[in-house]
Design a protein around this ligand. Sequence first.
Ligand code: PLP
Length: 394
Amino acid sequence: MTLKGKHRFETKTIHDGYESKSHHNSLASPIYQTSTFTFETAEAGEKRFAGEEPGYIYSRLGNPTVRMLEERIASLENAEAGLAFGSGMAAVSAVLMHLVKSGDHILCSEGVYGCTFGLLKMIEEKFGIEHDLLPLDSMEQIQQAIRSNTKVIYIETPINPTLKLIDLEMISSVAKEKGIKVVVDNTFSTPYLQRPLEFGCDIVLHSATKYIGGHGDVVAGLVVSDQGTITSIAKSTQKDIGGILSPFDAWLLLRGLKTLPIRMDRHCANARSVVEKLNEHSAVTNVMYPGQEESPSFLIAQKQMKSPGGLISFEINGGKQEAQNFMNHLRMIKIAVSLGDAETLIQHPATMTHAVVPEEERKRMGISESLIRLSIGLEAWEDIWEDIEQALER
Ligand SMILES: Cc1ncc(COP(=O)(O)O)c(C=O)c1O
């Protein structure tokens, strides 16, 4: 028996999905590093395949360590069930393959992770699954954009890298009227800051590579939803396409999750302090962070997020050359495209994460050549700022 539903978030991150009594009282969850499971008899194997007897068969179809993680993330997102994948993109593609077929249409937030954009383009070209990218900032606009073949509204909020927010409650109320599924990429927020299912959305996914792992040592994806949807994805797109997570990587994520709330509190507090300093600096022209009262997303952040998160985007005077010069002069902060790690990371979206997005589309998304994205780490915020300041000055 797990503790699902009984405890507060911080307690669930440590206990849910794992019962030590069932594992020789081992405090840390064991790693079931096995590809397959044996059957006592041929008949037992037959029953397991027929679904007449519970138990594991083969690790692509389920593994006890991975299952612990799936139960824990489901509990944290307030979902009935969860499913783990070998990467965030394996999760995104499995969810979309589950929901759409040739001839369908996806309505998507204007501004998504570059590879999600690449996937949408690929399924349009190969399978005739069309999509539209829109700001999704008013009910009227969404109602007008919905077509008779629209099956999914796919959103990121905060949007990568402009950190604009989308109103989850508004999106799900329009979608419900039309029987359209709402999928939310919750990577930037984690369930500690935002739980989209509580606002009526249908499926939530994560690149668990980021804050959920939290230590820059694992690539993984997670999906949560109602039991029927998760069973269906597990038995179709995941089983047959095969983008599963290894038991060891699941164990790393279980370990990472135990400190998620305290890490997120620190990421968020550090980000607020750095935002204040960036706003005061004359070389910085535009600080994008939904926690500022002047941000167009401020009210949405108040409504649906516990805190605006640990990411900051900003523009500096000049263009690509000035942005790259600034990055090259950083001493402690690392140039890297991931986020949510203990180390503060910086990247240049126009030439890195969003280089695959055509220039015109990038401009529409608000990704200029001088835009820089910072993933604020767990270091002392003063050290983060001092590094930024000395690089800006040079
Ligand atoms: C918002 C978002 N979604 C999905 C992904 C893809 O995740 P992964 O790299 O784990 O495949 C990323 C990766 O950076 C991301 O930032």
